[in-house]
Design a protein around this ligand. Sequence first.
Ligand code: FES
Length: 151
Amino acid sequence: MKMEEKKDNHLLMNILHEAQEKHGYISEQVLKQISVEQNIPISRLYGVAKFYTMFHTEPQGRYVVEICGSPSCILNNGVQIEKFLEREIGVKIGKTSKDGMFSLYKTSCIGCCDEAPAIRINGQPHTKMTVERVQVLLKKLRTAFKKKKKK
Ligand code: FES
């Protein structure tokens, strides 16, 4: 890969990150807007947005829950945590709950291997997870979500 291409890709990733932070996800409309403003073919933008799991092209839940799917976490009950989250939230990996509260994803190592298993919620890591700890966390998030909805 040429140096110029590397720089372009880095810039492209930054643009998509910013767009996602601003809008919550990268819609087709946002991709079209970036394409026009930055003079980047929409097919290229769409390809990058779809390729990287960190980019979301669909609306996301209020809480984006990511389960680490790398070896340290898998070997330390990560699978049990994953199954529990799927059951509790009521969706499979890659989906958003109907009430719009949770989106559930699997991700690669989040840098907390020494405190496995780890998950991330809206970018915040939570480590040494157990089914009980996940239960407490979900309860807190549900309470916060309901309070916010009432306002
Ligand atoms: S393997 Fe899960 S945080 Fe590194």
